[in-house]
Design a binder for this molecule. Structure first.
Ligand code: G3P
Ligand code: MG
Length: 247
């Protein structure tokens, strides 16, 4: 059965916000994406030790904050006091780690569509899928184009589908698997988000034939984007999301 389409998708998605010019997964990076004219942003979500959902890519705090240790072992109260901007540049010093709810409010304010990527360890995949989907169901305004939920974990996606079936889902892969594995892992998904480094024209054709929108991360070179679009790729995730760069 072909997956449902994603008619409101834009060809350019700001990867972790405008992460080439602002610290990834911060509200500053989301605002910058909006200022640059992006209409879609992708963010990564993890869970604090105390249960709150926050925007963070890495499992550890070390690279993008002034904290140390695992996000999942740090209470929200501590996460909320960390600096997630200074590592990128002095102009962003004091930029906090945002909660998922703060991101949803800003996306509404800026009229941005969103791809929320669930980053989950295998042991917590179902719980994370359910909780992220419930947060979107409860806080994403019903009148807005629905956010796209994605994950490398089919378990997380399955749990998200149960909790909030109206939100479309995308499977994140490093390499596109064979057809049988793809059908199984991307069951019910509208899209497959795949690594630019490994993608071929034949794999793009497979995704398209099976009815999945092909989304490709991370693309920062215009010539490569042109090739991908010519293959039928629906959207690229880029750190430089100003649409005119990619036309
Ligand atoms: O969801 C697309 C892309 O963000 C996946 O890679 O590591 O940047 O989250 P990563
Ligand atoms: Mg991501």
């Amino acid at each position: 059965m072909p997956a449902p389409s994603l008619p409101w998708l834009a060809p350019v998605i700001a990867h972790r916000g405008a992460s080439g010019v602002a610290p990834e997964n911060t509200l500053a990076a989301i605002r910058r994406a909006g200022e640059l004219g992006a209409s879609w942003v992708e963010v990564d979500v993890r869970r604090a030790a105390s249960g709150e959902l926050v925007l963070m890519h890495d499992a550890t705090l070390d690279r993008t904050t002034n904290g140390r240790g695992n996000v999942a072992e740090t209470p929200y109260e501590t996460l909320a006091g960390l600096d997630a901007g200074a590592w990128f540049g002095p102009d962003f010093a004091g930029e906090p780690i945002p909660s998922l709810e703060a991101f949803i409010r800003l996306a509404e304010e800026l009229d941005l569509c969103a791809n929320v990527e669930i980053k989950a360890e295998a042991s917590e995949a179902e719980e994370m899928g359910r909780d992220v989907a419930m947060a979107l169901r409860d806080h994403w305004p019903a009148h807005r184009a629905t956010a796209l939920i994605s994950s490398t974990s089919p378990k997380a996606l399955g749990a998200a589908a149960k909790a909030a079936p109206d939100f479309p889902r995308g499977l994140v892969v490093d390499q596109v698997p064979n057809e049988a594995a793809l059908r199984e892992q991307a069951l019910g998904c509208v899209s497959v988000h795949t690594n630019n480094f490994f993608l071929t024209q034949a794999k793009t054709a497979l995704l398209t034939r099976l009815g999945y929108a092909a989304l490709v991360y991370t693309v920062n070179r215009v010539e490569r984007a042109k090739t991908l679009y010519a293959w039928g790729v629906a959207a690229i995730f880029t750190d430089y999301p100003e649409p005119e760069r990619w036309r």
